[in-house]
Write a protein that binds this ligand. Structure first.
Ligand code: FAD
Length: 444
């Protein structure tokens, strides 16, 4: 097996497991991490971007999008890495809930980094500012370490670069609302929401209806005067008071915003609002990557990428972990990382560049034929089981157990039945037992 000198960009969940797998395969790894600790998204901060909407390119920005009250939206059994289960500690310390608070996830990632000696590979407070191709398919990585006098710039050449920068975790995507430029209220993105108190007694409109909107609307309801949630996924006439709340309504999409402060919904309702909070997700962004147009981000499609990981023209010397979403992230990152590590050492073969490109084109055609918009190219949903097991087959290692997939779907169903209590009441005990049986292999 051939050992390569590999740069991993980012020490979030993806970077940590990528580094572990690369080293297990015999590669020499340097992890570049802009912050002063591992954990990425899971490092909660009270700080927010200087532009609350997160659009100004010159803004001072923060990486994490966590709000204070956040609990995981997946059960912990399904969330953890395959060979390092996210179980409660034997001494009962920490947050023992099945859907724990964000601090518990950070603790788990820190433990992972310690147990597998990943931390020692990290250069903390070092930001990668440029990655470009040099001769013989090698990569020049320019990094910057902040210092009180002058920033320290270092350039180094690597055999391969694995991008784990959480490219879609901190660049807000906002809704396009007719008339918004004239609307006098305050706009912000959920990336910059931390606590509900600053919104006391205000009328707030949340745009979006996914996890963040659901959590934040409930967080807000106890403090604000009114919460109105606008969703593009409900019928135009929708206007529903939310069960259990006397100040929260679900509306159809926003039709327009006006100079007098009112906002009109597709259901015909008019609300005089103080704040519009966009819970509308994120856009991919890789400001450091220079590939002479080989890789582009077009309407949130990062491409072309073979199986969401390798750009055919630059494989295997450049790869991405963690581009996919709407799946269970950690085990998927683990399998992507094993694949990359094995390909770089020569243990696993990739198809030819042309075959990979044909596969990508066929994938895009399937998406088009099914009417899936380009911006959802990297969503997994029902494909995660098949995708993960395809990766596992490449690596000839343990696969992605069916109970994980079933647990994710059971949890989604439970959430639709019990939107307020799905993190504390459930009916998939049989899946927990299956998980525990698997975990014995790794915890005893
Ligand atoms: P990140 O965690 O974002 O890490 C990327 C790292 O790269 C960061 O540390 C960053 O500082 C560093 N970095 C970026 N650019 C550079 C650079 N140029 N130079 C050096 N370092 C750089 N997942 C779940 O499994 N369960 C949940 O309940 C869940 N809830 C979520 C809630 C919210 C609000 C969000 C935003 C995400 C949630 N996720 C959840 C998904 C979460 O994003 C993944 O679990 C995972 O943490 C992403 O890991 P990552 O390593 O890909 O990215």
């Amino acid at each position: 097996m051939i050992s390569r000198y590999v740069a991993v960009i980012g020490a979030g969940a993806a970077g940590l497991v990528a580094a572990r797998e690369l080293r297990r395969e015999g590669h020499v790894v340097v992890i570049f991490e802009r912050e002063d600790q591992v954990g990425g998204t899971w490092v909660y901060t009270q700080e927010v971007d200087s532009d609350p909407l997160g659009l100004d390119p010159s803004r001072v920005s923060v990486h994490s999008s966590l709000y204070r009250s956040l609990r995981t939206n997946l059960p912990r059994e399904s969330m953890g890495f395959i060979d390092y289960p996210f179980v409660t500690r034997s001494d009962g310390s920490g947050d023992t809930r099945r859907f724990p608070g964000h601090q518990e996830v950070l603790m788990y990632l820190k433990e992972f980094a310690k147990v597998f000696g990943v931390e020692e590979m990290v250069r903390f407070e070092v930001e990668v500012v440029k990655v470009c191709l040099v001769e013989n398919n090698r990569w020049r990585v320019r990094s910057k370490k902040k210092s009180t006098d002058v920033d320290i710039i270092v350039e180094e050449v690597f055999d391969a670069v694995v991008v784990c920068s959480g490219g879609r975790n901190s660049q807000p995507h906002v809704a396009d609302i007719p008339g918004i430029d004239m609307w006098p209220g305050k706009q912000m993105h959920s990336h910059n929401f931390r606590i509900p108190e600053p919104f006391r007694d205000l009328v707030v409109i949340l745009v979006g209806n996914s996890f963040s909107a659901a959590d934040i609307s409930r967080d807000m309801a106890g403090v604000v005067k009114e919460v109105h949630v606008a969703s593009k996924f409900v019928a135009d006439g929708t206007y529903e008071k939310q069960p259990g709340y006397d100040n929260m309504w679900l509306h159809s999409k926003i039709e327009s915003a006006h100079e007098d402060g009112t906002v009109v919904f597709r259901n015909g309702r008019v609300v005089l609002a103080d704040v519009i909070l966009h819970c509308t997700g994120y856009n991919y962004r890789y400001p450091f990557l220079e590939t002479n147009g080989v890789i582009t981000v077009d309407d949130n499609r990062v491409g072309p990428l073979y199986k969401h990981v390798f750009p055919p023209a630059l494989a295997p010397w450049l790869s991405f972990v963690g581009i996919t979403w709407k799946s269970i992230p950690f085990p998927l990152y683990e399998l992507q990382s094993k694949w990359i590590a094995g390909v770089l050492s020569g243990r696993i073969m990739l198809p030819s560049q042309q075959e990979m490109m044909e596969d990508v084109k066929a994938f895009y055609s399937t998406l088009e034929a099914s009417g899936k918009p380009k911006r959802y190219t990297h969503t997994m949903n029902d494909f995660q089981y098949e995708y993960n097991n395809w990766l596992a087959a490449q690596c000839r290692g343990p696969g992605f157990a069916e109970w994980r997939d079933q647990m994710m779907h059971a949890s989604a169903k439970n959430r639709s039945i019990r939107p307020d209590t799905f993190q504390d009441e459930w009916e998939d005990e049989h899946l927990i037992l299956e998980a525990q049986e698997e975990f014995i292999k790794y915890t005893s």
